[in-house]
Design a binder for this molecule. Structure first.
Ligand SMILES: [Zn+2]
Length: 349
């Protein structure tokens, strides 16, 4: 089969790879219909986190059709359209039982597909623990609507949940890229008084405004997020802060714009260690909650999509056929043409 292979740091190419086979009774083989490219795909490199071995088929953001099922898979049938979770988890270890699937202790658990095992920018992919890792897509939900369920939207859903966002809150989201947009979608479901999005790119903030996902925007460095949040909240600051950006100064912005006793959720992945200046924040009594995502609410997310309450397909700004996937990489990696997310049609649904 055709597959995108991680060759060496920053280099990917389409190669021929053997079609995956069932290895465990709980596996499924999924024929990939639509796949996307995630920023973390671009950051895959040997010796770093995530750890991928050169020669690995990459990709973990995708939807497809069940082609084959191991005898231990209970909840699916061949032919089902499914969204697939970025995280593989066993469902019964200490962490899984508490919903903390990101820390599943099973040897197969964690971010496996497109990292430690062959991923989904390919015609077929093996999904381990398929009963936990797949979510059925209702007929009236399109591939593009379902595409972000297992990763970006799971991240947004998890962030809104652990951020304890409640009705009437002022929620600040730092970073208006795809993850920030998905976070805003899930925060919106909790009826905050307002969502303030902060970014360095005006066009991303405009995107959030156009889709009703931000009530106010702050474009840095021209505008000052701390001053804006103070003026918007009688001097208090944001009730909840989502730090999604992972930029050089964004962690400092996150705690500064938070009101006393706020929850600051750190969704971002940083390139470098960050400093928590405790003397400067003494008395703010902040609660920090750190990433990564426990992607254990895919069914709730699919229900929201099916009911028309969120439409993540707005994120798809560019579409490609499988033959042009390297063009999609080039566009996405270089942030050209206002790209948010790409959808690559791998096969017909
Ligand atoms: Zn587990």
């Amino acid at each position: 089969m055709k597959a995108v292979v991680y060759v060496e740091n920053g280099r990917f190419e389409v190669q021929d790879r053997p079609r995956p086979v069932i290895r465990d009774p709980r596996d499924a083989i999924v024929r990939v219909t639509t796949a996307s490219i995630c920023t973390s795909d671009l950051h895959i490199r040997a010796g770093a986190v995530p750890r991928a071995v050169p020669g690995t088929v990459i990709g973990h953001e995708f939807v497809g059709v069940v082609e084959e099922l191991g005898p231990g898979v209970r909840g699916f049938e061949v032919g089902d359209r499914v969204a697939v979770n970025v995280e593989t988890f066993c469902g019964h270890c200490f962490f899984c039982r508490r919903g903390w699937v990101n820390n599943c202790t099973d040897p197969a658990g964690g971010w496996a597909m497109g990292c430690r095992i062959y991923g989904a920018q390919a015609e077929y992919v093996r999904v381990p623990y398929a009963d936990n890792g797949m979510t059925r897509i209702p007929d009236h939900v399109t591939d593009e609507q379902a595409l972000f369920t297992g990763d970006l939207l799971s991240t947004g859903y998890w962030a809104a949940d652990i951020g304890e966002v409640s009705e009437g809150d002022t929620v600040a989201i730092i970073g208006a890229g795809p993850t920030g947009i998905c976070t805003a979608m899930c925060v919106r479901m909790r009826n905050p008084a307002r969502i303030v999005m902060i970014d360095v790119q005006r066009e991303r903030l405009d995107f959030a405004l156009q889709h009703g996902l931000a009530d106010d925007v702050v474009c840095v460095p021209e505008e000052d997020p701390e001053a804006f949040l103070k003026s918007a909240t009688d001097g208090r600051g944001a009730d909840v802060v989502m730090e999604v950006a992972g930029g050089r100064d964004t962690f400092q912005t996150a705690w500064r714009i938070a009101r006393p006793n706020a929850v600051v959720v750190v969704v971002a992945m940083y390139e470098e260690p960050q400093v928590i200046p405790l003397p400067d924040m003494y008395g703010k009594n902040l609660v920090f909650k750190t990433g990564g995502v426990d992607a254990s609410h895919c069914q709730e997310i699919m229900d929201l999509i099916a009911e028309g309450r969120i439409d993540p397909s707005v994120l798809v700004t560019h579409r490609f056929g499988f033959d042009d996937i390297m063009e999609a990489y080039d566009l996405f990696a270089n942030h050209r043409d206002g790209v948010m997310k790409v959808a690559v049609r791998i096969s017909e649904p």
